[in-house]
Design a protein around this ligand. Structure first.
Ligand SMILES: Nc1nc(=O)c2c([nH]1)NC[C@@H]1CN(c3ccc(C(=O)N[C@@H](CCC(=O)O)C(=O)O)cc3)C=[N+]21
Length: 288
């Protein structure tokens, strides 16, 4: 079977066009969704992701503010800044770009962001709400993945989803969202024994390990759905995923590419969450 390629980039574009209309109507009512991104240090990859978030925000009409702080910023200074933003009515979403420098406790920072403004969906309150199947801000990459599957009318119920990678930002929450959709979920990670046997029987494989060519067509079942969350820089500076696309594409039923796959959806769901937050703040009824 040759797989259908799910281009997140195209879906992201159509969702952004819808959001643009919605934001324009909100603006007519005097509601301007506001997102503040805090970037610490000058890691080039982080800078490029943040630039993508700003460009997408401008497109849909979300007011995006970037606060760039030096690598030497203390944890206390960052917490003070977050507290200030928690209290700023024009700011509906706060995102602290990860990873943070070693001297700053990431968990403390995540927990300092008001759950009402936690558009990344990383605050323990929002994670707990997600786990109990409640409406909340869902983490952007997992939410983007579910949205991609739904856009192709792929039924998740009863499928065996195998997640490779157990990070707090991708692996764990995507498993939870798939469970909420009635999938049977298996988590694989660096200590998993016989990982290949799980991958070989998966109906849906989500690969989020950060290693180029971690799996290929020989590993997957005929007709499997393959979602590649990898973002790896090659020596030539191009972006590549965790899946050997060319071989996996021949065996899968659906597959996502890198670039133009999950990445653009991540940013789109961040905008979705920010607009949702602004609507909540202004008591506009939510339609999802
Ligand atoms: N607090 C926080 N929230 C995040 O959501 C967050 C983060 N920290 N730290 C880093 C990761 C990574 N991430 C990506 C977003 C978009 C693309 C993306 O749009 N990629 C494009 C290509 C971009 C390019 O070519 O550089 C694509 O795949 O087509 C990739 C990666 C968000 N992250």
């Amino acid at each position: 079977m040759a797989a259908e390629i799910i281009y997140g980039k195209e879906l992201a574009q159509s969702l952004r066009d819808q959001m643009k209309d919605e934001v324009s109507k909100l603006r007519d009512q005097g509601i301007v969704p506001g997102l503040t991104v805090i970037l610490i240090g000058d890691d080039p990859a982080s800078k490029s992701y943040v630039a993508g978030k700003q460009k997408a925000s401008a497109y849909v009409g979300v007011d995006a503010d970037l606060i760039e702080l030096p690598e030497s910023t203390t944890e206390a200074e960052l917490l003070t800044k977050i507290d200030e933003l928690n209290q700023t009515n024009q700011v509906h979403g706060i995102l602290v770009q990860l990873p943070l420098p070693e001297h700053i406790d990431e968990q403390k920072v995540i927990e300092a962001i008001s759950p009402e403004k936690d558009v990344d969906g990383f605050h323990p309150i929002n994670i707990g709400r997600m786990m109990t199947g409640k409406d909340t801000f869902y983490p952007c990459t997992p939410y983007g993945i579910i949205t991609m599957l739904k856009s192709k009318d792929i039924s998740i119920e009863g499928k065996h989803a195998v997640i490779i990678g157990r990070s707090n930002i991708v692996g764990k929450p995507v498993g939870q969202l798939l469970l909420n959709e009635n999938a049977t979920v298996t988590y694989c990670h660096s200590r998993t024994a016989n990982m290949e046997q799980y991958i070989a029987e998966a109906d849906i494989v989500i690969v989020a390990v950060g290693k180029a060519d971690f799996i290929n067509g020989d590993h997957i079942k005929e007709g499997a759905i393959v979602i590649d969350v990898g973002v790896n820089r090659t020596e030539e500076g191009t972006l590549t995923g965790d899946v050997d696309f060319d071989s996996a594409k021949e065996k899968a039923s659906y597959i996502t590419p890198v670039p133009k796959g999950v990445g653009p959806m991540t940013i789109t769901m961040l905008l979705h969450n920010t607009i949702k937050s602004a609507k909540r703040f202004h008591h506009v009824p939510l339609d999802d």
